[in-house]
Design a protein around this ligand. Structure first.
Ligand SMILES: [Zn+2]
Length: 434
């Protein structure tokens, strides 16, 4: 069944889309050059005038914007509308230093609601859905972003925010929740708590999960789907660009459709900045084509992905990005080898086929970096071949070192010893920076 929220936009022919994007790009660059001091000076540094941006190809002439630019211009230095036009401000906490601040005009909120509604429909939800939003509400864009989209769609919204897990589960049963929106790690935590409470998720009305805000693997998807008995859909977004709803999986689940009439994507080599063709893995760069409050030109997301432009079996022509394959800044370099938390997650899910709670700890001893992986034990990790702790430790260690190409110390820890997260899970503790 092909259902769209905005069929003309979601099934537009490529030529028409490109010309729409080029027109919007030119318009926003001209406006920023005239009205926004930060962008004007950035362009002047490159000797660029608005007239130099005519085709989509010309976007490559424009400089990148990074999170550092946002911090340097804290709080409102990148806003392009007067404060009297700004109706909402969000901010990301940021693990170090100043938060990054974003502002929206009334029209921005309208477009955000539109792309969020498109996303929910593509993920299989409708007016009949009852959506429990367990993303945090507040300065984080997750909660309110999905909320406005779900209301525009006309679904029933339960704005519970994150936390108070046993209450979440009680209300999920009592209110007849059909869809759950939260981070994937929180979904696993909810599943774990349901088991402890003796509740079978299959006896509830829950059928769909809308999960995002942190990278998660295919295996994690399988674990969530098995444990909660639902279809787990990946939603993508980031506050710097808009919030949740920048891209979404459709029923085909072969990548996430980007609402590219509003957000123009490129994939670059994170080291050289060179733009890469379809099918090649690199860092996702996004340009907002319609945003007023705080437009972003060529924002480096640090998310690693791949783009595909061919039409999807669902009928949408919107470009697809692969599931985020990691973060270019989450990458740990240990003894010269690139290590991603997602690789560890894959190995652990392969062994236990159950919720992987783990943490990577990197320390420097003398001149040598040492990686320790804390792994929480589960019943499922023990099989006929693996009966004792020592055997399990040896097995995990062996599989990790063959996947990571760097040796790691594995420490098995008891159930529930690794702190649970109601938002984004902390997978890495890099003590080298302290
Ligand atoms: Zn599709």
């Amino acid at each position: 069944m092909n259902t769209y929220w905005n069929k003309p936009a979601e099934t537009m022919e490529r030529e028409e889309m490109s010309s729409l994007q080029a027109g919007r790009l030119k318009e926003i660059v001209t406006r920023l050059y005239r009205q926004q001091p930060f962008y004007r000076s950035k362009m002047q540094e490159q000797g660029l005038l608005p007239e130099d941006i005519v085709t989509l190809e010309d976007i490559k002439k424009l400089p990148f914007i990074t999170k550092q630019d946002m911090r340097d211009n804290y709080p409102y230095g990148l806003f392009a509308a007067p404060m009297s036009e700004i109706v909402r401000v969000h901010a990301s906490s940021g693990t170090t230093g100043r938060p990054t601040v974003v502002g929206y005009t009334k029209r921005d909120i309208g477009i955000w609601s539109e792309v969020a509604a498109r996303s929910l429909v593509a993920a299989g939800l409708s007016k009949q859905s009852c959506i429990q939003i367990a993303y945090g509400y507040g300065l984080f864009t997750g909660g309110l972003g999905i909320h406005y989209g779900a209301e525009l769609l006309g679904a029933s919204v339960i704005p519970i925010s994150s936390g108070k897990t046993s209450r979440q589960i009680m209300l999920m049963r009592d209110f007849g929740t059909t869809a759950l929106a939260c981070t994937p790690s929180y979904a696993l935590y909810i599943a774990e708590t349901m088991r402890e409470m003796g509740i079978d998720p299959r006896e509830t009305k829950l059928r769909t999960g809308i999960f995002g805000a942190e990278p998660w693997t295919e295996r994690m998807r399988q674990a969530i789907e098995t444990q909660l008995g639902i279809k787990a859909m990946d939603i993508y977004g980031l506050s710097e660009i808009m919030g949740p709803g920048v891209a979404i999986e459709c029923s085909v689940q072969s990548g996430l459709h980007i609402s590219e009439d509003h957000f123009y994507p490129e994939i670059i080599n994170p080291v050289t900045g060179e733009v890469l063709p379809d099918g090649e893995k690199g860092e996702l760069v996004l340009t907002t084509l319609t945003k007023e409050g705080m437009p972003m030109i060529r924002y480096r997301t640090r998310d690693l992905s791949v783009l595909h432009h061919e039409k999807c079996a669902c009928g949408r022509t919107l470009v697809r990005m692969s599931k985020v394959l990691g973060r270019s800044d989450d990458m740990l370099i240990i003894r010269g080898v690139n290590v991603f938390p997602s690789q560890v997650e894959n190995v652990l899910l392969g062994i236990g086929n159950t919720s992987p709670h783990y943490q990577l700890i990197v320390e420097r001893k003398g001149n040598l970096d040492q990686l320790t992986v804390l792994v929480e034990m589960t019943e499922e990790m023990f099989t006929d071949e693996v009966r004792g702790l020592e055997e399990l430790e040896t097995k995990i260690k062996g599989e990790l070192s063959s996947v990571l190409s760097v040796s790691a110390t594995v420490r098995l820890v008891g159930p529930k010893t690794i702190e649970r997260s109601e938002g984004k899970a902390q997978r890495v503790i890099d003590k080298r920076e302290l």
